[in-house]
Design a protein around this ligand. Structure first.
Ligand code: ATP
Ligand code: ZN
Length: 322
């Protein structure tokens, strides 16, 4: 792919405006500053040391403000086994976002065929076979089967701390919409009352963190991007029941504000799918607060400038120096 792939959708300039005269988009500024590193694929970027320093600082702050949760830290590589992925019913809701991992599994003859395809510049990807691995679509997914296998949860429930790269097939020119990005989450499993209180607490903490980082923000009811016509009904009902809230920050020029955190109540959706029970035999309800690590870094860079050394002291203090 050529280098223009990331810029070709810039708005067409008028007679006087040659492309060179247009101010750089936010994505172009980030690439020019070396904070994000182009790969030729939309939504797939390298990150510089500065970018990662901010991401690490954010994760440390999120750990600090969550210390009282006594969360169990669980980390997984960014993939799920196919069976767990099927159990999650992700394909019912978001078939358009899922990514599966395929590998070459053939013999030497098949290898020669593969190389011939490459040589002839023909498509070779149909020579790949499913491996039984699916890329993690949301950081909390791997924990449900693991918690379920342990047996009933204490009646008071529990909180789990997760961080994972996630994959979603949504190539975009907006730097805030990546195909591979990190979600840090606290996930709460327990009674409905516990989840509702947990979500309320984190909506307040999320807004306080945003204020401490001196970012303009609002919180609004939201819905997930459910697929298709049936999906619209599910999305409407999700909004009606106020199951998802997002903390929004303006990041992209001329675009609506971007969801940088989400506060979700899944009711008994995951508890039922994986048979997660509480001690009294009732099905566990679940909820999570998700921090979009890349989106928060991009919001900080947008509002405070591309060099963290020049950020307001209050922001630097909150992040414990970046
Ligand atoms: P959106 O509505 O913007 O697609 P979402 O509702 O699908 O986001 P969630 O599933 O709630 O997002 O994910 C939790 C958090 O992960 C989001 O609040 C956001 O900060 C981050 N996130 C989601 N999708 C992306 C993406 N494509 N690139 C970067 N961060 C993302
Ligand atoms: Zn989650």
């Amino acid at each position: 792919m050529d280098a223009h792939v990331l810029t070709e959708e810039r708005p067409a300039g008028g007679a006087a405006a040659s492309p060179a005269a247009l101010p750089p988009t936010y994505l172009e500024s980030l690439l020019a500053a070396g904070l994000l590193i182009e790969t030729g694929v939309r939504g797939l970027y390298g990150r510089s040391a500065v970018f990662e320093g901010i991401a690490d600082a954010l994760n440390a702050v999120i750990t600090r403000i969550g210390v009282d949760q006594q969360a169990e830290v669980l980390r997984f590589p960014p993939a799920l086994g196919q069976t767990d992925f099927e159990t999650s019913e992700y394909l019912n809701s978001f078939p358009q976002l899922a990514g599966t991992i395929h590998s070459f599994c053939g013999d030497e003859r098949a290898h020669r065929r593969l190389l011939a395809r490459l040589e002839d510049k023909q498509d070779w990807t149909d020579q790949q076979e499913p491996t039984g691995l699916v890329l993690t679509p949301a950081a909390c997914y791997p924990i449900y089967p693991v918690i379920a296998k342990r047996g009933p949860l204490p009646q008071a429930g529990k909180v789990v701390d997760v961080l994972s790269y996630c994959y979603r097939h949504e190539p975009s020119l907006e730097p805030t919409r990546m195909q591979l990005f990190r979600q840090r989450e606290y996930v709460c499993l327990g009674s409905p009352e516990r989840i509702v209180a947990f979500r309320q607490l984190w909506m307040e903490r999320g807004q306080q963190l945003g204020r401490d980082l001196q970012l303009p923000l609002e919180v609004d009811i939201a819905n997930d991007p459910f697929f298709g016509r049936g999906g619209k009904i599910v999305a409407d009902s999700q909004r009606e029941q106020k199951l998802k809230f997002e903390l929004l920050i303006p990041v992209n020029d001329g675009a609506p504000p971007t969801a940088c955190m989400s506060f979700n109540y899944h009711m008994d959706h995951f508890g039922s799918l994986w048979h997660i029970a509480l001690e009294d035999g009732s099905t566990a309800h679940t909820g999570c607060v998700g921090f979009g690590i890349e989106r928060l870094v991009l919001a900080l860079l947008k509002h405070h400038g591309l060099d963290p050394a020049n950020w307001p002291q209050g922001v630097r203090d909150t992040l414990g120096d970046v």
